[in-house]
Design a binder for this molecule. Structure first.
Ligand SMILES: O=C(CO)COP(=O)(O)O
Length: 250
């Protein structure tokens, strides 16, 4: 059985006071234990207060990035052990914004993934095509390439700590969602790739999330698809009511 997961990527939003306010509202909205595993990824400065505020709940706190080295002279960077020391054992890697604005390559991401896994962390690995790729019918190949670069060399045993998040770049923050059929088509492709490159068990057990303009009014239809195991939510995760409506769309 694959885990159903809904994760909120708060990106570079919310100072400490705003984070505390959002966390308070989230806790008020969580009247019953959700069917899905819920995760939130605040900024680095808000990780520890978020971890503290969510103690006693089942919500998992994730980081949005991490450096590939264990420690050292890397001004401005954050290591796996720093994250773990504040209660964070999950990290988002490979987000398209990091690839585009911070030039993160497949090669670098392979190193980051390895460091996270070596530290016993869970990785939410993001990937997805740009509009141009889809227009040119290159989206399936592009996604295969992104997975191959960063993940297909991992030993089978690492895969229990990997969550995949397919996020077509053209659907992120644009209000334009992949249709449930487009999401299912790609997720099935990804599962077939896992089957071919890693093995049947990993293909069956790895959760594949969809991300890109998921909102309360479209989550149910997308999550209903066979190979969609949840969502990675940007904008709508900044509103507790909307986020919990998405969480409860299973
Ligand atoms: O990038 C995303 C989550 O990581 C998706 O963002 P939006 O939900 O705002 O489109």
């Amino acid at each position: 059985m694959r885990d159903k997961i809904v994760a909120g990527n708060w990106k570079m939003n919310n100072d400490l006071a705003e984070t505390e306010e959002l966390l308070g509202k989230l806790k008020m909205q969580m009247v019953k234990e959700p069917e899905a595993t819920v995760m939130v990824a605040p900024s680095f400065t808000n990780l520890y207060p978020t971890f503290q505020a969510l103690k006693g709940t089942s919500v998992i706190v994730a980081a949005q990035n991490m450096h590939e080295s264990e420690n050292g002279a890397f001004t401005g960077e954050i290591s796996a052990s720093m994250l773990k020391s504040v209660g964070v054992n999950t990290v988002i890697l490979g987000h398209s914004e990091r690839r585009a604005y911070f030039h993160e390559t497949g090669e670098l991401l392979a190193k980051k993934v390895k460091t996270a896994i070596d530290n016993g962390m869970t990785v939410i690995f993001c990937f997805g095509e740009e509009l141009e790729d889809r227009k040119n019918d290159k989206h399936f190949d592009l996604v295969e390439q992104q997975l191959k670069e960063a993940l297909f060399n991992l030993p089978q045993s690492s895969w229990k700590n990997i969550i995949l998040a397919y996020e077509p770049v053209w659907a992120i923050g644009t209000g334009e969602t992949a249709s449930p059929e487009q999401a299912q088509e790609m997720h099935k492709h990804i599962r077939n790739l896992l089957n071919k490159n890693v093995g049947k068990e990993v293909a069956e057990n790895t959760s594949i999330l969809y991300g890109g303009s998921v909102k309360p009014n479209n989550a149910k239809e997308i999550f209903a698809k066979e190979d969609v195991d949840g969502g990675l939510i940007g904008g709508a995760s900044l509103n507790a009511v909307d986020f919990m409506a998405i969480v409860n769309s299973f």
